[in-house]
Design a protein around this ligand. Sequence first.
Ligand code: UD1
Ligand code: UDP
Length: 364
Amino acid sequence: MPPLVHVIAAARPNFMKVAPLMHALRRESWCRTELVHTGQHYDASMSDAFFRDLAIPTPDHHLGVGSGSHAEQTAGVMIAYDKVCRTARPDWVIVVGDVNSTVACALVGAKLGIRVAHLEAGLRSFDRTMPEEINRVVTDSIADLLWTPSPDGDANLKREGVAAERIERVGNIMIDTFEMLRPRIEEEAGHRRFGLEAGGFGVVTLHRPANVDDPAVLGRLVDGLAGLAQRIDLVFPVHPRTRKMLQTAGLLARLEACPRLQLVEPLGYIDFMGLVTRAAVVITDSGGVQEETTYLGIPCLTLRPNTERPVTLTEGSNRLVTPDSLPQEAEAALARGRRTEAPPALWDGRTAGRVVDSLRRHLA
Ligand code: UD1
Ligand code: UDP
């Protein structure tokens, strides 16, 4: 029987990393591939919509873990995945990104002696107040094989003592998903549904705990967005965490009162990228969106003091901003327009193929 590979999917940003990998691995006969969904994200708009848009196969195992504190969620995934591994006995576990399920499944695999590969390894914000930074550091320290998207990832891992032969630069797999769906994204005219003209609006996403969990910080962001909405139309698909915090802090009504700001439910990938590709500017704290805008050259203003994706600053269209600097930065971004330089190396839509080749070599 060929070796068994488990691919772990858990939360929204995982689905666009897992889709091309599942499609590529399912074409191979030298391994069997099973998809495990931990259930970290479970709303239809945060999970099912992506299985549909990205044609991800139905998971072979669904752990149904859901939300909770970091400890509850991480432990819940570990307990449930440990049971699956003891029965299914995978030879490799592939984890992607930096969410709680990533570190949970990596820990389970490592402790059962199953080899662990991490796709999107080596990224560092050097900010340990970010839950994802802890997940990245721990996952990379126990993974057997580390697939990086950019040279900074290789350098970070080497500095942390990871042996060079365990690091392979494969590029950015999210670009594979974008290229796979580009025709449908370009066809999609969802901006018209919002009454918007291509090139004449901004897209907003926010969900980082550091931005949305403290009502005072969130209030400053709401003020900044309300100010910007006097200058340009904005569409804001609201993450469930953010909606909950806006409601709790009594800030939702202030945003709803802005005539040029449209608050909508989280969008599916094709709808969302349909808007992003036609946006004049994107305002975000998302990791993935910093990368997608860099690939497309669309001005991106990231509401964070740091980024684990520095190539989006040095070789892309991303700028780090604060609520206070947002108005000037937005004016500058609108004046600057799109960046036309080539995207970072290996962000080329062929990362899944490199990952599959690498895995085959390591299995042999
Ligand atoms: C998680 C990841 C974060 C990633 C983000 C992408 C961790 C530590 N965080 O953050 O790195 O950037 O996903 O979106 O793994 N909720 C729902 N429905 C859902 C999912 C969540 O209502 O389908 C609500 C729940 O109230 C939940 C809260 O959102 O408590 C937060 O969800 P959680 O998965 O813990 O973290 P995210 O903020 O989504
Ligand atoms: N995304 C989406 N719909 C939305 C917001 C984001 O499809 O309403 C996509 C986005 O294009 C990117 C991914 O979700 O591919 C990023 O996920 P998220 O921002 O939730 O997480 P992060 O990347 O910050 O971990």
